[in-house]
Design a protein around this ligand. Structure first.
Ligand code: F0G
Length: 482
């Protein structure tokens, strides 16, 4: 996939693959969408897929697989121990990253469980560029504390900084000076930083952080789940890396970290999780935990078919046409929304487009879950399922007070090779209609609020009759159209 210039001047992303297996989608009328979002308690996690037209909840486990991945799945070697399929995955990881020891797990958070149990001790600190929900939970469960050291630009919604996911070296040095390196269990870098809008870090930044860690003997754990997008950004935004191949960049990154892990639901376009390292000592520390929590060392809770698909998916990720697909579609989505005045996170990152709900709905206070209200409204406007990334995703403090999120975002994930450009244009159209009618959108209040993980299971209701009014306006503007 690449961006091409049209004869008449426009530049658009162009898919360099063809679609050979399709899945029928249903776009239900707005009246049905009104019922469906009410039944789901205004929580997009609780919508049924039959009521969803474009599922932009996540890119996790839902990227399109290739003909080669499907073919490889047919020759998987199914055995409890010594599977030839696992040997293939080890060889592929060695080839791409130069890392020798490979441990399997059933998905990314399972890798986090293993790593946290092996290395986090009560009272330790784990500096990160930014946390991810499951990562933080595992660190905290093992008695550690997360310190976020992303550059200040990272949490500014609009910016033109090319690497908003960079860790701030000065903040790291200050942290080490304050607490001493001995208190640090490990430092974690998340590539393609998820919760701040899929924003990348640079190779130069990783080198700088490595130098500080070397000086103080701190181990680096690298979460490579969103590596594909970050590779594209390093190649296209980092001057010094322009002439490097994707493979060269991968090798350079892997040589700077001690342990790498990833969710293969994202990297590798299949389903599973992998931990890899060149440290025999680290490998031995984690090995028993894998057999206890995941499965034997040559499958680790994954189906061997998926392991075959991951090995092929990793090889396909070395192709620039492949890694550019996600970011270029996302950039197109973000730029088209921006042209229509819709407030979005800039510059466009990986994973998906991110809408700034506070600027979209300035009249809906955070107490009424601005981002959740916008996610529900986007579903009503077009059967499009996004994910709330705001106050609803936070937990209340010990006194029961709300913890207001720094950013109220709706994430519209763009799984790789799944959507066509006309579907992206449909998303742009329905969201810009919603933006023009934003005054109609109101807030939400909890009707069922679980103590833990309320963003997964919680249910909310509109604070007024705004959803029926919005649906009526939709019918008035779009006539018979769905
Ligand atoms: N690390 C990052 C950066 C992630 O984005 C995720 C998952 C994980 C770890 C955990 O991996 O789901 O395989 O257990 N992110 C998904 C998302 C859930 O929708 O962004 P997992």
């Amino acid at each position: 996939m690449s961006r091409i210039n049209f004869y008449h001047g426009e530049t658009i992303p162009l898919e360099l693959h063809k679609v050979r297996i399709v899945q029928k989608l249903s776009l239900v009328p707005v009246e049905r969408r009104l019922e469906a979002i009410a039944a789901a308690g205004n929580n997009t996690f609780l919508l049924k897929n039959n009521d969803v037209f474009l599922d932009m909840l996540t890119d996790s486990g839902v990227n399109a697989m290739s003909d080669r991945q499907l073919a490889a799945m047919m020759e998987a070697d199914d055995s409890y121990a010594g599977s030839a399929t696992f040997t293939k995955l080890e060889a592929k990881i060695h080839d791409i990253f130069g890392l020798q020891y490979v441990l399997p797990a059933h998905q990314g958070r399972a890798c986090e469980n293993i790593i946290s149990q092996a290395f986090v001790r009560p009272g330790t600190i784990i500096p990160m560029n930014y946390h991810f929900t499951t990562t933080k939970a595992h660190v905290v469960l093992n008695g550690g504390a997360v310190e976020e050291l992303v550059i200040d630009e990272g949490t500014k919604v609009t910016s033109d900084h090319p690497f908003k996911g960079n860790m701030d070296p000065a903040k790291l040095t200050a942290l080490i000076d304050k607490h001493g390196a001995g208190k640090i269990a490990f430092l974690r870098i998340e590539t393609g930083t998820n919760l701040i809008g899929g924003q990348p870090h640079s190779l130069a930044n990783l080198r700088e952080i490595r130098a500080i860690c070397d000086k103080h003997g701190v181990m680096i754990v690298f979460d490579a789940s969103l590596l594909a997008d970050n590779l594209h950004f390093i190649k296209t935004r980092e001057e010094a890396c322009r002439d490097m191949s994707i493979r060269d960049i991968c090798r350079a990154i892997a040589s700077l970290v001690d342990i790498m892990y990833f969710s293969a639901r994202k990297l590798g376009c299949a389903r599973g999780g992998v931990i890899c390292t060149n440290s025999e000592a680290a490998y031995l520390k984690m090995r028993e935990l894998v057999t206890l929590y995941e499965g034997f060392l040559t499958y680790g809770g994954m189906s061997v078919r998926e392991i075959e698909a991951i090995a092929v998916g990793l090889e396909e990720t070395m192709d620039e046409d492949m890694v550019s697909q996600g970011p270029q579609f996302i950039a197109f989505l973000v730029e088209e929304l921006k042209k229509r005045g819709v407030p979005v996170i800039t510059p466009p990152g990986g994973l998906g487009g991110h809408i700034d709900a506070r600027r979209f709905l300035p009249h809906v206070p955070q107490q009424q879950y601005t981002a959740a209200a916008l996610a529900a409204a986007i579903y009503l406007a077009g059967g499009i399922r996004g994910m709330e990334r705001g106050t609803m995703s936070e937990a209340r403090d010990e006194q029961g007070n709300e913890t207001f999120a720094k950013m109220e975002l709706v994430r519209l994930a763009v799984p790789r090779r799944v959507f066509t450009l006309s579907q992206i244009m449909y998303v742009v159209d329905r969201i810009s209609w919603l933006y023009d009618n934003r005054a109609l959108v109101g807030g939400l209040a909890f009707t069922e609020e679980p103590k833990l993980l309320r963003f997964f299971f919680g249910k909310l209701a509109p604070v007024s009759g705004w959803q029926a009014d919005l649906a009526a306006k939709f019918r008035q503007d779009f006539g018979d159209s769905l």
